[in-house]
Structure formats: structure tokens, C-alpha cells
Design a protein around this ligand. Structure first.
Ligand code: HEM
Length: 398
């Protein structure tokens, strides 16, 4: 990819998850940064530059070039001691793990789950319509994917609230509120503990669930080690819960703010799959990262081996060089080649499940709740890190 002719700027201490402008204007701020900078660096870490790539073409290329940009760590600013499977493994090893997981998330398997997903979704929404409104995030968008995911994994559904709290502490504790990492570290250990407990029980007594598939799976002719099982379970856990919750929050907020589009969804449920695709594009939630493996100039940035790149899919998918009227929500787009689910070997394992959950969420929501709008007295705040989302979204009926 060719970059700008001027050298990219280096910002001191820029971290997207705590940057005030991004926290205030999120998607609009990615748009501004892409237009003004194209790509830039952060010198927050003394030992590496973290390069932010913001154009669709650069991000798409980088995600596919796993030799130049390794997944050995997808956390750009800290050196966390984990080895998430399959996310932090490069090809060809990556495929050995990915092939174990692919069958459980195939289009056929997801289609077979449609009825159960719909029942879980409808039950949750029916519990909300008696009041004058709800917090879409706390009452619905976090609860719904958690219940489905626990079912697939074989985790105890009665412990859903405990699991949600662990995820919340892990994913949404701001580093400034947890300087020594005690809250996040504690949550990670609690999740590892729960997963280990379940893996041991599945070894002793197999069930028809993904945890059992994992304990019975083999790589290079041997079973997965306890560490590998934990790293796989943990990654699935993070990837499967927070993402769908975040995406539901953004699309419901958009429809609450755009009554004409809300009415169209209600009157024409057949339009919902296209609305889902457009919401995935306009409000992409994942910002991932890679390790630069050799000195190179890429997107105009003079990268050194060991530097990191950060690639916000939100910035890629709102790039006017790749999408006409990129910042307009247009569910009638004939072409929508967004990369909300990533690109290359690590493209989302759960995209079929995510699409089904989002579609069913919008179908059941609009079949069951009356007209809704944002609660004028509520303040909306967001978290922006590896996975973005709204902290709360109060809506009222009517
Ligand atoms: C709207 C919902 C979702 C979005 C936008 C999303 C997005 C993404 C993206 C962008 C990646 C690539 C990350 C990278 O390249 O570093 C990814 C990977 C992944 N996603 Fe999703 N995801 C969603 C839902 C799910 C669900 C429901 C699951 C189910 C467990 C899931 C499981 C995974 C896994 C396991 C990976 C790693 C794949 C690999 O490394 O081979 N995701 N997802």
C-alpha cells in the first residue's frame, strides 16, 4: 500500500481505549483521524512504536499478511502473558486449532440452533415490555448472547450473572481505575478457574457440548493440554459474549434515533438482514492488533520488527475510498464488503452465529416491543478497546 508522502505523525501516549476524543465521539473521531492522518504512530511504550492504520485498503492488506504482521500478541500496549487460541497463533499452526472449532460454528449448525436462539431471545424481551422502558445493554444485549454461548459451550446457565460480571470486570475496567491490574487479573483468573473446573468434569463425564469436543480433540496426535484448553475456552468466551452485546447496542441505538428506519424494520422484517449488515459496517466494534515481524515501510510508516499495528475495523468500514456515502446508514446498499468480522486466516469463527443472533434479536425485538426512543434523561457512555460497546442504553416505549 502506498502511504502519504509526508511522514506519519507520532503522538505521545496515544491509546485508543482512553483517548478523550475517541471516547467522546467514537466513530466520528476515527473518521476524522483517517481523513487527517491516514496512519500515525503512538510512542506510549518506550520499546516499540504502535502504528494505527486507518484506511480500508491498508487494514485489509495487513490482516491478510500474517507473515509480515503476526498474531503472536493482539494486545498492543502491554505485554500480557497469554497465548489465546486460535487468535494468537499464526498459520500454519493456527489451522490445527481452527479446524477443531470450525464445525461447531458452521452455517448448518447455526441454522439448527435458530429455534433455541429465538426462544431465549423472546423470553428475555417478554420480561421487559411490562415496564415503561429498559436499559437495552444490561437487560437485553448482554444477557442474550451469554445465554446462547453458555449453551453451546456447556457452561452452567444458572451462573450467567456471575459470568457476566467476570466479563464486565475484565473487558470494561479502565486501566486508570485499575492501575495495578488487580481487577482485570482477578477476573481473568476467575474465568480460567471456571473453565478448568468444567474441562475436568467433561473429561470425567462427556456431554454433547463444545467443552467436550475440546477435551476430546487432538492436535498432532495428542490431546490438548490444560493450558491449551484454558486459552481456547477463554478466547471463545471473550469473542462470543461482548461482541454480539456491543453490536446489538449500536443497532438499537441507531434505530431509536431514527424513527423512520425503526418503522421500516417493524413493517418490513425481510429487510432486517440488510439492516444487520449495514449496522455491522457503520458501527464496527473490533479493533485488533498485530506484531510487526521485520523492518518495513507500510502505509507510509517506517516500521521496525517488534513494533505493533492497531487496526480499527470501524475506521476501515467507514472509509469513503471503499464505500460510497460511507457515513450514511443505507440498508439498501447493493455492495457491502465490510470487514467487521476481520479478514485473512483469523476472520471471525463466529460470524454465522453472530449474524443469526443479530437478525433474531432485531426480529423479536420489533415484533414484541412498542415504538421506542432514547430516554432523554440518560447519558450514553461508551468503552473503546479491543471490542467497543455502549455502557448503557436507556430507552422508553412510546
Ligand atoms: C457482531 C459480533 C462479532 C464481531 C463483529 C466479531 C468480529 C471478529 C473479528 C474482527 C475477528 C478477527 C480478529 C483478528 O483478526 O484479530 C474475530 C475473530 C474471532 N471471533 Fe468474532 N466477532 C463477533 C462474534 C463472534 C462470536 C459470536 C464468536 C463465537 C464464539 C466469535 C468468535 C471468534 C473467534 C474464536 C475469533 C478468532 C478466530 C481466529 O483467530 O481464527 N466471534 N471476530
Amino acid at each position: 500500500m502506498t502511504g502519504p508522502h509526508t511522514a506519519p505523525k507520532i503522538f505521545e501516549a496515544f491509546d485508543h481505549s482512553s483517548d478523550p476524543a475517541l471516547r467522546a465521539r467514537h466513530f466520528g473521531e476515527w473518521d476524522r483521524l483517517r481523513e487527517v492522518e491516514g496512519s500515525f504512530g503512538s510512542s506510549l511504550n518506550p520499546d516499540r512504536t504502535v502504528w494505527f492504520l486507518l484506511r480500508y485498503a491498508d487494514i485489509h492488506t495487513a490482516l491478510q499478511d500474517y507473515e509480515l504482521f503476526s498474531s503472536s500478541s493482539v494486545i498492543p500496549f502491554t505485554d500480557e502473558a497469554h497465548h489465546w487460541i486460535p487468535e494468537e497463533i499464526d498459520p500454519p499452526e493456527h489451522n490445527k486449532y481452527r479446524r477443531i472449532l470450525n464445525p461447531a460454528f458452521s452455517p448448518q449448525v447455526v441454522a439448527g440452533m435458530e429455534g433455541a436462539i429465538r426462544v431465549a431471545c423472546a423470553d428475555l424481551i417478554d420480561g421487559l415490555t411490562g415496564a415503561a422502558g429498559c436499559d437495552v445493554i444490561a437487560d437485553f444485549s448482554r444477557q442474550f448472547p451469554t445465554r446462547i454461548f453458555m449453551r453451546i459451550m456447556g457452561l452452567p446457565v444458572e451462573r450467567a450473572d456471575e459470568l457476566l460480571e467476570m466479563v464486565h470486570n475484565l473487558m470494561h475496567t479502565n486501566p486508570t481505575d485499575d492501575p495495578d491490574g488487580a481487577i482485570r487479573g482477578g477476573a481473568m483468573m476467575a474465568i480460567y478457574g471456571l473453565l478448568t473446573e468444567i474441562f475436568h468434569s467433561r473429561r470425567a463425564a462427556p456431554h454433547d457440548d463444545l467443552m467436550t469436543t475440546l477435551v476430546q480433540a487432538e492436535v498432532d496426535g495428542r490431546p490438548l493440554s490444560d493450558d491449551e484448553l484454558r486459552e481456547t475456552g477463554f478466547l471463545l468466551y471473550m469473542a462470543g459474549l461482548d461482541t454480539v452485546a456491543g453490536a446489538i447496542g449500536y443497532v438499537i441505538k441507531h434505530l431509536a434515533e431514527n424513527p423512520d428506519q425503526q418503522r421500516a424494520v417493524r413493517e418490513r422484517p425481510a429487510s432486517i438482514p440488510a439492516v444487520v449488515e449495514e449496522a455491522l459496517r457503520m458501527y464496527s466494534i473490533v479493533t485488533t492488533s498485530r506484531v510487526v515481524t521485520r523492518d518495513v515501510e507500510f502505509a507510509g510508516c517506517p516500521m521496525k520488527a517488534g513494533d505493533r499495528i492497531v487496526v480499527p475495523t470501524a475506521s476501515a468500514n467507514r472509509d469513503p475510498a471503499a464505500f460510497e456515502d460511507a457515513t450514511t446508514f443505507d440498508a439498501d446498499r447493493t455492495v457491502n464488503r465490510h470487514i467487521a468480522f476481520g479478514a485473512g486466516p483469523h476472520r471471525c469463527l463466529g460470524s454465522h452465529l453472530a449474524r443469526a443472533e443479530l437478525r433474531i434479536a432485531l426480529e423479536e425485538w420489533h415484533a414484541r416491543v412498542p415504538r421506542y426512543r432514547l430516554d432523554p434523561d440518560a447519558t450514553i457512555t461508551e468503552h473503546i478497546g479491543g471490542v467497543a460497546g455502549l455502557d448503557s442504553l436507556r430507552v422508553t416505549w412510546g
